[in-house]
Ligand binder design. Structure first.
Ligand code: SF4
Length: 444
């Protein structure tokens, strides 16, 4: 790659859709593009380069990308030197087709070709339209994990693996992110050490299925060992990870919740359904009983563990009885929060070929019933926190600007009056009231 740094920075406007993996990739994009003299701007009108980092997990997320691209047409007509690019999961799925479908699009980069983005932008500056969406082989995996610029923030995300081998029948991830590839542990530990040196206090490890980290790499640490190595580093206050597959929660990982005080008391553990018949059709690899046994074992290790989850409603063939089993799962697990969606058919996936007799109305109604029950549970759990003392990492000033804001060990947002000099510290807070999306407290 030829490095060109322009005297006057050019504007990069970056729109990120989807999950935390994409947010993390966007940080890397900003870092890569700064080497070409681009600085991030918050107004697309000031941009010389507009990049969309996309998500295709649900049809709605994908159509948002096309709507957005449609709106950029006029901008390109007014400014022919503007470069427009699409990356992420929609780009991986569509590849060259995107260039054909959107004639004013300049470049397309996939989930494995982030590192080629500067070359694609240089080509676009020369007027060449290019797409690069090849999957990378395991042995060249270094390219898969470019580091983000270290911004000195208190809370940082670190990608430890990419892709997934599970092929749940509804999920597009193995097709757009590729098969599981674990990043080398030495590289991960090195990046975290640098972040801590620059002031990071909380690290969240990211991957589609972090629990199977290292399993396919001979001689590599396994996930529980990696957690123990990171928790032993001086300067780290808190350690989190996402996402976990329930089938891959090992006894060694459960033991980490008992042994490592720095490992936060929150776990995102997507069940997707409470019905064995649906779990089987989803190819999830566990039964309702096994899922509940895993939650129970985790809570024996860490009694106050807060669990969040994902549920898909209206999967092909879901009967009212299946749905009732999902509703009752909520009561048994008592999720503190739940991400719930109506099933969305995705191309290439096995479930796209399943007969689906449920009407849109029934699916929507089930989603509303599920979300209503979850709101009640969330409210009950949060009301139960009133009067308790919570350890809160103060991360900054609240949106209204008159309070400090931080998160509990269980990842609930807490606002509290206090001196901004406390930002960056872990403090004890008495919870005084609970609100739909946050807690209010007083410094002890
Ligand atoms: S575990 Fe299943 S749902 Fe999660 S990314 Fe892999 S295939 Fe998709």
């Amino acid at each position: 790659m030829t490095e060109i740094v322009t005297a006057t920075p050019k504007g990069l406007y970056l729109e990120t859709f989807g999950c935390q993996m994409n947010v993390s990739d966007s940080e890397k994009i900003v870092s890569l593009m700064s080497e070409l003299g681009y600085r991030r701007v918050t107004d697309p009108a000031l941009a010389d380069l507009i990049l969309l980092n996309t998500c295709s997990v649900r049809a709605k997320a994908e159509s948002k990308v096309y709507d957005y691209l449609g709106r950029l047409r006029l901008r390109k007509l007014k400014n022919s030197r503007l470069i427009i690019g699409v990356g992420g999961c929609v780009a991986q799925q569509e590849g060259e087709r995107l260039l054909k479908r959107v004639p004013y699009l300049d470049l397309v980069f996939g989930t494995h070709t982030l590192h080629l983005l500067p070359d694609l932008v240089l080509a676009a500056q020369r007027g060449e339209r290019r797409s690069s969406t090849d999957f990378i082989e395991t042995e060249t995996r270094l390219n898969l994990f470019p580091q983000a610029a270290d911004t000195g923030e208190l809370t940082r995300f670190v990608t430890i693996m990419q892709g997934c081998d599970n092929f749940c029948t509804y999920c597009i991830v193995p097709y757009v992110r590729g098969r599981e590839i674990s990043r080398r542990s030495g590289e991960i530990l090195g990046e975290i050490r640098e972040m801590v040196g620059r002031g990071a206090r909380e690290i969240t490890l990211l991957g589609q299925n972090v629990n199977s980290y290292g399993v396919k790499s001979p001689g590599e640490l396994h996930f529980a060992d990696l957690l123990r190595e990171i928790a032993a580093m001086a300067g780290i206050e808190r350690l989190r990870f996402t996402t976990s597959h329930p089938r891959d929660i090992s006894p060694e990982l459960i033991a980490c919740f008992a042994d490592l005080p720095k490992l936060c008391g929150h776990l995102h553990l997507p069940a997707q359904s409470g019905s064995d018949a649906i779990l089987d059709r989803m190819n999830r690899g566990y039964s309702r009983t096994e899922y509940l046994a895993t939650v129970a074992a985790l809570r024996r290790a860490r009694p106050a563990l807060a669990v969040t989850g994902d549920i898909i409603v209206g999967f092909p063939g879901e009967s009212e009885v299946d749905f009732q089993e999902t509703l009752s799962l909520l009561d048994e697990v008592r999720y503190v929060d739940l991400f719930s969606f109506v099933y969305s058919e995705r191309p290439e996936t096995a479930a796209a070929g399943f007969p689906d007799h449920l009407s849109r109305g029934v699916k929507q109604q089930r989603l509303e019933r599920l979300q209503l029950r979850q709101r009640e549970i969330t409210q009950e759990i949060c009301h139960g926190l009133v009067g308790t003392v919570q350890r809160v990492l103060l991360e900054g000033v609240s949106r209204r600007g008159d309070q400090l804001t931080g998160r509990t060990d269980a990842n609930r947002i807490v606002n509290v009056a206090g001196d901004p000099g406390l930002i960056g510290q872990v403090v004890d807070v008495v919870i005084s009231s609970s609100h739909p999306n946050s807690l209010l407290g007083e410094l002890l």
